[in-house]
Design a protein around this ligand. Sequence first.
Ligand code: TXA
Ligand code: MG
Length: 310
Amino acid sequence: MKSIQSNIKKAENYLNKNYCIGIPTETVYGLAANAYIDSAVNKIFRLKRRPKKNPLIVHYLDMNALKKDCIINESFIKLYKKFSPGPITYILRLKKNSKISKNVTNNKNNLAVRFPKHKTFRRLLKKLDYPLAAPSANISTRLSAVQASDVKEEFGSKVKYILDGGKCNIGVESTIIDLIKKPKILRLGGLNITKIEKVLQKKINIDINPKKKIASGQSPLHYSPGIPLKMNVKKAKKDEAFILIKKRKMTSKNYFYLSKKNNLNEAARNLYSCLRKIKNKQYKSIVVEKISNKGIGKVINDRLLRASRF
Ligand code: TXA
Ligand code: MG
């Protein structure tokens, strides 16, 4: 307990000095810095090798903190009450007098905001008088990080500090919903869309066309394990890593389980670490058995499809 407290203090000190640090969330780890300070935000782009035109998500403790920077609307309030803190990101209009660095949004007047659920991250946010810009803690186009050691693997000593919060409970990024005009899903993620539709009492458009580049999560090259990947495969060759979702008898040793019981939540939690483990071995390619396209299975398939465009 004491050590968590002192780790949070360390994180706070680095952030106050405008450094950028690794932080845990319930979805994936983030690379965080003070969203109000241009130079701090710039460090995120530099470290991630992220194009400046690709905007960042800003993390707030709660709606009260958000109100200083964004204009809220009815749909937002409904969804916030039901799902935040949690794995959902909202796109809202920035207020004219908001303090958010122009670099966060690439000078645009809308902002992606999220209220993380991870306890340690929330304890950190409570201590700060500014929100944190934080994209996923990986080099652009590469695999997301779901534990502190993954962040270290991505950035080495270039990241001053990583606040260790254990392995991420959800394991895939947040669902993004654009609430500026008619609600529209921009990225599939940790929160199921049917739950969102229930709260808003209408069908929501999904705009995740991989050819259209609004968000980098929508860009063709993403979540890349660095070797070719093929989906819906029944049998693997010996030099291929074979990703499985349920237990089966295997004679060779080239298989990796996302789950042994076809449990999709467990599979999502293991997805990035499984791909990362394979990437660090000598396989020439990855093949994945068919994964049910239900619930969070849809998100797993979305990420695998993008990872397959190597
Ligand atoms: O779960 C998550 O959302 C994680 C954790 C760390 O919070 N963050 C995350 O950030 O996945 P990132 O940067 O890897 O993905 C955010 C996506 C990017 O594809 C970005 O283009 C999009 O959100 N985005 C950010 N601001 C936007 C905006 N104003 N309008 C549309 N898309 C936006
Ligand atoms: Mg990302």
